[in-house]
Write a protein that binds this ligand. Structure first.
Ligand SMILES: Cc1cc2nc3c(=O)[nH]c(=O)nc-3n(C[C@H](O)[C@H](O)[C@H](O)COP(=O)(O)OP(=O)(O)OC[C@H]3O[C@@H](n4cnc5c(N)ncnc54)[C@H](O)[C@@H]3O)c2cc1C
Length: 286
């Protein structure tokens, strides 16, 4: 294993100073569920690791106005069990509850999960569909980026080597917007998704007033299926409309062959699970 210098700053400001000094040869350590494996397997070879374990705070879950603010160090388990999240963004709680096992969820942080940039991670489609944003802090200032603009490629994000993802801001889920996250798991309960679909819909007088769809594990980045959303807008909420709209997903996704299935199989399953998710949120019997 590659040698590295371990830093344990006492504040986020100290952390970003270290990142500014050492830049590209540095990695942040949050829950460590991904980074420790990547370092052990020499998939990444940082010269410096900035551990956040001494940074106080930044695990908050709070509602300030129309948004829910989640500190980078909140664990997946904290989101799953938060009464505030259950009330104001139930889809988020349901999604984080489907990540791996309770042991992983008790360690993995919200910030680490997003910064990791693995397109197969469950929370990403849901954060996309909820129009979440992240706050990125560096020694020179702060910027906010919509989650939809954050991912560039497999494990590659717009987060600079000198930046720390400090908070996620999630607009509260309106009470009349039904949501579901479906994780297709043909192997074992604690596996990554073969296909993951987040869907939200508001149906009034039998028509889609709003529909949102996002998918994970079907390409280099999680994606928002805007073509599907547009195909549903204002249309009758019935099985035929949903089937036709879901079929558009086949042209949007770009999956790879791997142990979880062939690209063709995943493309087919992306269509099937998009249809099922939309039927569920629109209350259409199967
Ligand atoms: C066996 C196993 C199964 C899993 N299954 C699933 C699954 O089914 N679904 C799922 O969604 N997830 C799953 N996960 C979890 C997921 O893949 C990541 O391991 C986890 O979300 C990373 O969170 P962490 O806090 O441990 O990050 P770390 O491992 O500490 O860091 C991950 C990456 O993010 C960077 N980073 C961390 N925090 C920050 C920050 N605040 N700002 C900038 N960069 C940062 C690190 O430098 C590193 O590159 C699984 C993990 C394991 C080990």
């Amino acid at each position: 294993m590659h040698d590295f210098e371990l830093h344990a700053p006492d504040s986020i400001h100290e952390a970003v100073e270290i990142l500014a000094e050492h830049g590209g040869s540095t990695r942040v350590l949050a829950g460590g569920t991904a980074l420790t494996t990547m370092v052990k397997q020499s998939l990444v070879r940082p010269d410096h690791i900035v551990s956040l374990h001494r940074v106080p705070g930044w695990s908050h879950v709070a509602r300030l106005g129309p948004e829910i603010n989640i500190g980078m160090l909140a664990t997946h388990r904290a989101i799953e069990t938060s009464p505030l999240i259950r009330e104001h963004a139930p889809l988020l709680a349901d999604t984080y509850a489907q990540v791996a096992t309770v042991r992983i969820r008790s360690m993995a942080t919200v910030g680490g999960g997003i910064a990791h940039g693995d397109p197969a991670q469950d929370p990403l489609p849901t954060l996309l569909a909820l129009n979440a944003r992240v706050r990125l802090l560096s020694a020179t200032g702060e910027r906010q980026v919509p989650v939809g603009d954050l991912f560039r490629d497999f494990f590659d994000t717009d987060i600079g080597p000198d930046e720390l993802l400090i908070e996620v801001q999630v607009p509260a889920q309106p009470h009349d917007l039904e949501g579901v996250y479906l994780k297709f798991l043909p192997r074992s309960e604690d596996d990554y998704a073969t296909v993951g679909v987040a869907a939200l819909a508001r149906v009034e007088r039998g028509r889609f007033q709003e529909a949102r769809v996002a998918l994970g594990a079907v390409g280099p980045v999680p994606l928002r299926a805007t073509a599907v959303e547009q195909a549903l807008q204002g249309r009758k909420a019935d099985a035929a409309t949903v089937r036709k709209a879901a079929e558009l997903v086949g042209d949007l996704v770009d999956p790879v062959d791997d142990a979880r299935g062939s690209a063709d199989y995943k493309r087919d399953m992306a269509v099937v699970f998009t249809r099922r998710a939309l039927e569920q949120v629109a209350g259409i019997p199967r």
